[in-house]
Design a protein around this ligand. Structure first.
Ligand code: SF4
Length: 373
Protein backbone atom coordinates (compact mmCIF):
# COMPACT_ATOMS: atom_id res chain seq x y z
CA UNK A 1 0.00 0.00 0.00
CA UNK A 2 2.93 2.36 0.59
CA UNK A 3 5.10 1.62 -2.45
CA UNK A 4 4.95 4.65 -4.79
CA UNK A 5 5.41 2.49 -7.91
CA UNK A 6 3.20 -0.47 -6.86
CA UNK A 7 6.25 -2.71 -7.34
CA UNK A 8 4.66 -5.43 -5.22
CA UNK A 9 1.21 -6.51 -6.26
CA UNK A 10 -1.09 -9.46 -5.94
CA UNK A 11 -1.82 -12.18 -8.43
CA UNK A 12 -5.13 -11.39 -10.11
CA UNK A 13 -7.73 -14.11 -10.67
CA UNK A 14 -10.07 -12.09 -12.89
CA UNK A 15 -9.35 -14.21 -16.03
CA UNK A 16 -10.00 -17.45 -14.18
CA UNK A 17 -13.20 -16.00 -12.73
CA UNK A 18 -14.48 -14.90 -16.14
CA UNK A 19 -14.01 -18.44 -17.46
CA UNK A 20 -16.01 -19.80 -14.52
CA UNK A 21 -18.80 -17.27 -15.05
CA UNK A 22 -19.18 -18.54 -18.64
CA UNK A 23 -19.21 -22.21 -17.60
CA UNK A 24 -22.86 -23.34 -17.52
CA UNK A 25 -21.97 -26.42 -15.44
CA UNK A 26 -20.83 -24.30 -12.51
CA UNK A 27 -23.01 -22.64 -9.88
CA UNK A 28 -21.23 -19.40 -9.03
CA UNK A 29 -21.38 -18.08 -5.49
CA UNK A 30 -19.68 -14.93 -4.22
CA UNK A 31 -19.24 -13.48 -0.74
CA UNK A 32 -17.92 -10.03 0.19
CA UNK A 33 -16.20 -9.06 3.42
CA UNK A 34 -17.71 -6.71 6.06
CA UNK A 35 -15.09 -4.03 5.27
CA UNK A 36 -15.73 -3.97 1.51
CA UNK A 37 -19.10 -2.20 1.53
CA UNK A 38 -17.63 0.86 3.30
CA UNK A 39 -14.42 0.98 1.22
CA UNK A 40 -15.65 1.23 -2.35
CA UNK A 41 -17.61 4.47 -2.59
CA UNK A 42 -14.67 6.80 -3.30
CA UNK A 43 -13.58 4.65 -6.27
CA UNK A 44 -16.89 5.57 -7.95
CA UNK A 45 -16.98 9.23 -6.98
CA UNK A 46 -19.25 8.74 -3.97
CA UNK A 47 -18.65 10.05 -0.45
CA UNK A 48 -15.81 8.09 1.27
CA UNK A 49 -17.17 5.65 3.84
CA UNK A 50 -20.69 5.54 2.32
CA UNK A 51 -22.12 2.06 2.85
CA UNK A 52 -22.77 0.72 -0.67
CA UNK A 53 -23.81 -2.75 0.45
CA UNK A 54 -26.95 -2.96 -1.73
CA UNK A 55 -25.09 -1.64 -4.79
CA UNK A 56 -22.36 -4.28 -4.43
CA UNK A 57 -24.97 -7.04 -4.31
CA UNK A 58 -26.73 -5.65 -7.40
CA UNK A 59 -23.42 -5.23 -9.30
CA UNK A 60 -22.31 -8.80 -8.51
CA UNK A 61 -25.64 -10.17 -9.74
CA UNK A 62 -25.26 -8.13 -12.93
CA UNK A 63 -21.74 -9.50 -13.44
CA UNK A 64 -23.31 -12.95 -13.47
CA UNK A 65 -22.97 -14.49 -10.00
CA UNK A 66 -25.95 -16.67 -9.21
CA UNK A 67 -25.77 -16.23 -5.44
CA UNK A 68 -24.36 -13.25 -3.52
CA UNK A 69 -23.72 -13.52 0.24
CA UNK A 70 -22.43 -11.10 2.87
CA UNK A 71 -19.45 -12.59 4.77
CA UNK A 72 -20.81 -10.80 7.87
CA UNK A 73 -23.22 -13.75 8.19
CA UNK A 74 -20.21 -16.09 8.51
CA UNK A 75 -18.65 -13.59 10.95
CA UNK A 76 -21.75 -14.16 13.12
CA UNK A 77 -20.97 -17.90 13.04
CA UNK A 78 -17.30 -17.14 13.87
CA UNK A 79 -18.54 -15.15 16.88
CA UNK A 80 -20.70 -18.08 18.07
CA UNK A 81 -17.80 -20.53 17.73
CA UNK A 82 -15.18 -18.25 19.33
CA UNK A 83 -17.43 -17.31 22.26
CA UNK A 84 -18.04 -21.04 22.76
CA UNK A 85 -14.27 -21.68 22.66
CA UNK A 86 -13.53 -18.98 25.28
CA UNK A 87 -16.41 -20.17 27.45
CA UNK A 88 -15.10 -23.74 27.40
CA UNK A 89 -11.61 -22.57 28.39
CA UNK A 90 -12.94 -20.56 31.32
CA UNK A 91 -15.13 -23.47 32.46
CA UNK A 92 -12.19 -25.86 32.33
CA UNK A 93 -9.98 -23.52 34.37
CA UNK A 94 -7.60 -22.76 31.50
CA UNK A 95 -6.18 -19.34 32.33
CA UNK A 96 -3.86 -18.89 29.33
CA UNK A 97 -5.10 -16.37 26.76
CA UNK A 98 -6.85 -17.53 23.60
CA UNK A 99 -5.34 -15.78 20.58
CA UNK A 100 -7.58 -14.72 17.70
CA UNK A 101 -7.20 -16.69 14.46
CA UNK A 102 -9.26 -14.65 12.00
CA UNK A 103 -6.38 -12.68 10.43
CA UNK A 104 -4.34 -14.98 8.15
CA UNK A 105 -1.29 -12.66 8.24
CA UNK A 106 -1.20 -12.83 12.03
CA UNK A 107 -1.55 -16.63 11.87
CA UNK A 108 1.40 -16.79 9.45
CA UNK A 109 3.41 -14.43 11.67
CA UNK A 110 2.82 -16.66 14.68
CA UNK A 111 3.72 -19.82 12.73
CA UNK A 112 6.97 -18.20 11.60
CA UNK A 113 8.14 -16.22 14.62
CA UNK A 114 6.44 -17.70 17.65
CA UNK A 115 5.29 -21.28 16.96
CA UNK A 116 5.46 -22.04 20.70
CA UNK A 117 2.21 -20.04 21.01
CA UNK A 118 0.31 -22.03 18.36
CA UNK A 119 -1.49 -24.12 21.03
CA UNK A 120 -3.06 -20.83 22.23
CA UNK A 121 -4.37 -19.95 18.78
CA UNK A 122 -8.15 -20.09 18.32
CA UNK A 123 -9.17 -23.00 16.10
CA UNK A 124 -12.07 -21.02 14.59
CA UNK A 125 -11.55 -20.36 10.88
CA UNK A 126 -11.74 -16.84 9.44
CA UNK A 127 -15.23 -15.70 8.30
CA UNK A 128 -14.12 -16.12 4.64
CA UNK A 129 -13.32 -19.79 5.19
CA UNK A 130 -16.43 -20.40 7.31
CA UNK A 131 -18.67 -19.00 4.57
CA UNK A 132 -16.81 -21.14 2.02
CA UNK A 133 -17.28 -24.27 4.15
CA UNK A 134 -21.03 -23.60 4.65
CA UNK A 135 -21.55 -22.94 0.94
CA UNK A 136 -20.00 -26.27 -0.07
CA UNK A 137 -21.79 -28.29 2.62
CA UNK A 138 -25.11 -26.95 3.98
CA UNK A 139 -25.89 -24.70 1.01
CA UNK A 140 -24.90 -27.33 -1.60
CA UNK A 141 -27.41 -29.68 0.06
CA UNK A 142 -30.11 -26.99 0.23
CA UNK A 143 -29.89 -26.28 -3.51
CA UNK A 144 -29.15 -29.91 -4.39
CA UNK A 145 -25.89 -29.21 -6.24
CA UNK A 146 -22.71 -31.30 -6.09
CA UNK A 147 -20.12 -29.21 -4.16
CA UNK A 148 -17.63 -29.99 -6.95
CA UNK A 149 -19.84 -27.92 -9.27
CA UNK A 150 -19.93 -24.88 -7.00
CA UNK A 151 -17.42 -22.16 -7.83
CA UNK A 152 -16.94 -20.16 -4.64
CA UNK A 153 -15.46 -16.67 -4.86
CA UNK A 154 -14.70 -14.19 -2.12
CA UNK A 155 -14.02 -10.47 -2.27
CA UNK A 156 -11.75 -9.31 0.51
CA UNK A 157 -9.86 -6.16 1.56
CA UNK A 158 -6.93 -8.50 2.14
CA UNK A 159 -4.13 -10.09 0.15
CA UNK A 160 -3.38 -12.71 2.82
CA UNK A 161 -6.88 -14.18 2.33
CA UNK A 162 -5.71 -15.27 -1.16
CA UNK A 163 -2.97 -17.51 0.25
CA UNK A 164 -5.20 -18.55 3.17
CA UNK A 165 -7.76 -20.01 0.73
CA UNK A 166 -4.97 -22.11 -0.85
CA UNK A 167 -3.79 -23.65 2.44
CA UNK A 168 -4.24 -27.43 2.51
CA UNK A 169 -6.02 -27.12 5.88
CA UNK A 170 -8.80 -25.15 4.17
CA UNK A 171 -10.26 -28.07 2.26
CA UNK A 172 -12.85 -30.65 3.13
CA UNK A 173 -12.69 -34.06 1.43
CA UNK A 174 -10.32 -32.55 -1.15
CA UNK A 175 -12.70 -29.68 -2.01
CA UNK A 176 -11.52 -26.10 -1.42
CA UNK A 177 -13.74 -24.05 0.89
CA UNK A 178 -13.10 -21.05 -1.38
CA UNK A 179 -11.89 -21.33 -4.98
CA UNK A 180 -10.79 -17.80 -5.76
CA UNK A 181 -10.21 -14.64 -3.72
CA UNK A 182 -10.40 -11.17 -5.28
CA UNK A 183 -9.26 -7.98 -3.56
CA UNK A 184 -11.48 -4.88 -3.24
CA UNK A 185 -9.25 -3.38 -5.97
CA UNK A 186 -10.10 -6.27 -8.30
CA UNK A 187 -13.81 -5.78 -7.56
CA UNK A 188 -13.51 -2.15 -8.69
CA UNK A 189 -11.79 -3.38 -11.91
CA UNK A 190 -14.45 -6.03 -12.42
CA UNK A 191 -17.32 -3.54 -12.05
CA UNK A 192 -15.64 -1.25 -14.62
CA UNK A 193 -14.82 -4.17 -16.92
CA UNK A 194 -18.51 -5.15 -17.08
CA UNK A 195 -19.51 -1.53 -17.74
CA UNK A 196 -21.71 -1.27 -14.67
CA UNK A 197 -22.67 2.26 -13.65
CA UNK A 198 -22.86 1.76 -9.91
CA UNK A 199 -24.53 5.16 -9.48
CA UNK A 200 -27.47 4.05 -11.60
CA UNK A 201 -28.44 0.60 -10.37
CA UNK A 202 -31.08 -0.45 -7.88
CA UNK A 203 -29.66 -1.76 -4.59
CA UNK A 204 -30.41 -5.41 -3.77
CA UNK A 205 -30.29 -7.54 -0.62
CA UNK A 206 -27.91 -10.52 -0.26
CA UNK A 207 -29.48 -13.85 -1.17
CA UNK A 208 -31.11 -16.28 1.22
CA UNK A 209 -30.48 -18.39 3.24
CA UNK A 210 -27.65 -16.15 4.53
CA UNK A 211 -29.29 -12.78 3.91
CA UNK A 212 -29.51 -11.73 7.57
CA UNK A 213 -26.51 -10.57 9.58
CA UNK A 214 -26.14 -8.93 12.97
CA UNK A 215 -24.14 -5.72 13.21
CA UNK A 216 -21.69 -7.63 15.45
CA UNK A 217 -20.68 -9.61 12.34
CA UNK A 218 -20.31 -6.38 10.36
CA UNK A 219 -17.89 -5.01 13.01
CA UNK A 220 -15.29 -7.61 11.93
CA UNK A 221 -14.03 -4.96 9.49
CA UNK A 222 -12.52 -2.83 12.29
CA UNK A 223 -9.79 -3.52 14.83
CA UNK A 224 -11.57 -4.50 18.06
CA UNK A 225 -14.86 -5.09 16.23
CA UNK A 226 -14.71 -8.88 16.26
CA UNK A 227 -13.83 -8.86 19.98
CA UNK A 228 -16.77 -6.57 20.72
CA UNK A 229 -19.11 -9.01 18.94
CA UNK A 230 -17.55 -12.01 20.71
CA UNK A 231 -17.90 -10.35 24.15
CA UNK A 232 -21.61 -9.66 23.48
CA UNK A 233 -22.26 -13.35 22.74
CA UNK A 234 -19.93 -14.63 25.49
CA UNK A 235 -21.90 -12.49 27.96
CA UNK A 236 -25.11 -14.17 26.80
CA UNK A 237 -23.53 -17.65 27.03
CA UNK A 238 -22.27 -17.04 30.58
CA UNK A 239 -25.21 -15.14 32.07
CA UNK A 240 -28.22 -15.92 29.84
CA UNK A 241 -28.66 -12.17 29.30
CA UNK A 242 -27.63 -9.71 26.60
CA UNK A 243 -25.18 -6.99 27.63
CA UNK A 244 -27.13 -3.96 28.85
CA UNK A 245 -24.79 -1.74 26.78
CA UNK A 246 -23.45 -3.64 23.79
CA UNK A 247 -21.22 -0.76 22.69
CA UNK A 248 -17.72 -1.16 24.16
CA UNK A 249 -16.07 2.25 23.83
CA UNK A 250 -12.67 1.07 25.09
CA UNK A 251 -12.29 -1.08 21.94
CA UNK A 252 -13.29 1.58 19.45
CA UNK A 253 -10.17 3.69 18.89
CA UNK A 254 -8.92 3.23 15.33
CA UNK A 255 -5.34 2.17 16.01
CA UNK A 256 -3.03 1.10 18.82
CA UNK A 257 -3.36 -1.39 21.65
CA UNK A 258 -6.65 -1.46 23.55
CA UNK A 259 -7.69 -3.26 26.72
CA UNK A 260 -10.98 -3.81 28.48
CA UNK A 261 -12.35 -5.87 31.36
CA UNK A 262 -16.01 -6.90 31.22
CA UNK A 263 -17.92 -8.31 34.17
CA UNK A 264 -19.94 -11.42 33.27
CA UNK A 265 -21.71 -12.81 36.33
CA UNK A 266 -19.04 -13.58 38.92
CA UNK A 267 -16.20 -13.53 36.39
CA UNK A 268 -14.31 -10.63 34.90
CA UNK A 269 -13.22 -11.24 31.31
CA UNK A 270 -10.04 -9.42 30.28
CA UNK A 271 -9.22 -8.80 26.64
CA UNK A 272 -6.41 -7.13 24.72
CA UNK A 273 -6.74 -5.88 21.13
CA UNK A 274 -3.79 -4.93 18.93
CA UNK A 275 -3.49 -4.00 15.29
CA UNK A 276 -0.48 -3.29 13.09
CA UNK A 277 2.58 -5.54 12.97
CA UNK A 278 4.69 -3.00 14.86
CA UNK A 279 2.65 -3.64 18.01
CA UNK A 280 2.94 -7.41 17.88
CA UNK A 281 6.34 -7.92 19.55
CA UNK A 282 5.19 -6.14 22.69
CA UNK A 283 1.95 -8.11 22.68
CA UNK A 284 3.81 -11.41 22.37
CA UNK A 285 6.21 -10.41 25.16
CA UNK A 286 3.27 -9.56 27.40
CA UNK A 287 1.56 -12.92 26.69
CA UNK A 288 4.77 -14.85 27.34
CA UNK A 289 5.37 -13.05 30.62
CA UNK A 290 2.11 -14.54 31.93
CA UNK A 291 -0.62 -12.01 31.24
CA UNK A 292 -4.12 -12.33 32.68
CA UNK A 293 -6.01 -11.89 29.41
CA UNK A 294 -8.74 -14.34 28.47
CA UNK A 295 -8.67 -13.30 24.83
CA UNK A 296 -6.20 -11.41 22.64
CA UNK A 297 -7.20 -10.10 19.20
CA UNK A 298 -4.43 -9.31 16.74
CA UNK A 299 -4.99 -7.89 13.24
CA UNK A 300 -1.90 -7.37 11.09
CA UNK A 301 -3.15 -4.18 9.42
CA UNK A 302 -3.22 -1.04 11.53
CA UNK A 303 -6.90 -0.30 12.22
CA UNK A 304 -7.97 -3.76 10.96
CA UNK A 305 -9.35 -4.88 7.60
CA UNK A 306 -10.68 -1.41 6.63
CA UNK A 307 -6.96 -0.66 6.08
CA UNK A 308 -6.18 -3.98 4.37
CA UNK A 309 -3.59 -4.54 1.66
CA UNK A 310 -6.26 -5.31 -0.95
CA UNK A 311 -8.10 -2.00 -0.62
CA UNK A 312 -8.11 0.63 -3.40
CA UNK A 313 -4.80 2.51 -3.66
CA UNK A 314 -4.38 6.15 -2.83
CA UNK A 315 -6.68 6.59 0.14
CA UNK A 316 -5.65 8.71 3.08
CA UNK A 317 -5.47 7.87 6.78
CA UNK A 318 -8.60 10.03 7.13
CA UNK A 319 -10.48 7.51 4.94
CA UNK A 320 -9.63 4.67 7.37
CA UNK A 321 -11.26 6.65 10.17
CA UNK A 322 -14.26 7.37 7.95
CA UNK A 323 -14.67 3.68 7.06
CA UNK A 324 -14.37 2.65 10.71
CA UNK A 325 -16.94 5.27 11.68
CA UNK A 326 -19.27 3.94 8.98
CA UNK A 327 -19.09 0.43 10.50
CA UNK A 328 -19.94 1.79 13.95
CA UNK A 329 -22.84 3.80 12.49
CA UNK A 330 -24.21 0.58 10.98
CA UNK A 331 -24.04 -0.94 14.47
CA UNK A 332 -25.74 2.10 15.98
CA UNK A 333 -28.87 1.83 13.81
CA UNK A 334 -29.09 -1.98 13.57
CA UNK A 335 -31.76 -3.72 15.64
CA UNK A 336 -29.97 -7.10 15.68
CA UNK A 337 -26.67 -6.28 17.40
CA UNK A 338 -25.81 -9.78 18.63
CA UNK A 339 -24.74 -12.80 16.58
CA UNK A 340 -26.76 -15.07 18.90
CA UNK A 341 -29.91 -13.12 17.93
CA UNK A 342 -29.46 -13.78 14.20
CA UNK A 343 -32.41 -16.02 13.29
CA UNK A 344 -30.69 -17.41 10.18
CA UNK A 345 -27.63 -18.39 12.22
CA UNK A 346 -29.99 -20.36 14.49
CA UNK A 347 -31.61 -21.98 11.45
CA UNK A 348 -28.25 -23.10 10.04
CA UNK A 349 -27.26 -24.65 13.40
CA UNK A 350 -30.67 -26.24 13.87
CA UNK A 351 -30.80 -27.77 10.40
CA UNK A 352 -27.19 -28.87 10.00
CA UNK A 353 -24.52 -27.91 12.53
CA UNK A 354 -26.45 -28.56 15.78
CA UNK A 355 -24.61 -26.31 18.29
CA UNK A 356 -21.45 -24.21 18.41
CA UNK A 357 -18.59 -26.63 19.06
CA UNK A 358 -20.53 -29.71 17.84
CA UNK A 359 -18.70 -32.43 15.88
CA UNK A 360 -20.03 -31.06 12.58
CA UNK A 361 -19.15 -27.48 13.53
CA UNK A 362 -15.63 -28.56 14.55
CA UNK A 363 -15.13 -30.38 11.28
CA UNK A 364 -16.08 -27.46 9.05
CA UNK A 365 -15.61 -24.28 11.09
CA UNK A 366 -12.41 -25.11 12.93
CA UNK A 367 -8.83 -25.72 11.86
CA UNK A 368 -5.59 -26.44 13.66
CA UNK A 369 -2.12 -25.29 12.78
CA UNK A 370 1.03 -27.12 13.70
CA UNK A 371 4.69 -26.13 13.89
CA UNK A 372 5.58 -28.67 11.21
CA UNK A 373 3.41 -27.19 8.44
FE1 SF4 B 1 -6.14 -9.25 6.00
FE2 SF4 B 1 -5.15 -7.06 7.18
FE3 SF4 B 1 -7.63 -7.91 7.78
FE4 SF4 B 1 -5.47 -9.30 8.59
S1 SF4 B 1 -6.05 -7.22 9.24
S2 SF4 B 1 -7.35 -10.14 7.69
S3 SF4 B 1 -4.08 -9.03 6.86
S4 SF4 B 1 -6.92 -7.16 5.79
Amino acid sequence: MVCPTSALHERSYIDELQNALCNKDLTTVVQYSPAVSVSLAESFGLKPGKDVNGLIVAALHKIGFKYVFDTSFAADIAIMETAYEINERINSGNTTPLLSGNCPSWVRYLETFSPDLLPNLSTVKSPQQIMGAIVKSYFAKEINVNPNNIYSVSIMPCIANKSEAKRPEMTSRGINDVDVVLSTRELVRLIRLYGIDINNIEPQQPDTPFGVRSSAGKLYGASGGSTEGILRTLHFMRTGKDMATPKINELRSVTGVKEVSVKMGKETINVLVASGLTTIRDVLASIKSGSSYNYVEVMACSGGCVNGGGQPFGFAERDIKVRTKALYEIDEIEIVKNAHRNTQVHEVYQKYFENPGSEKAKKLFHVSYSKDK
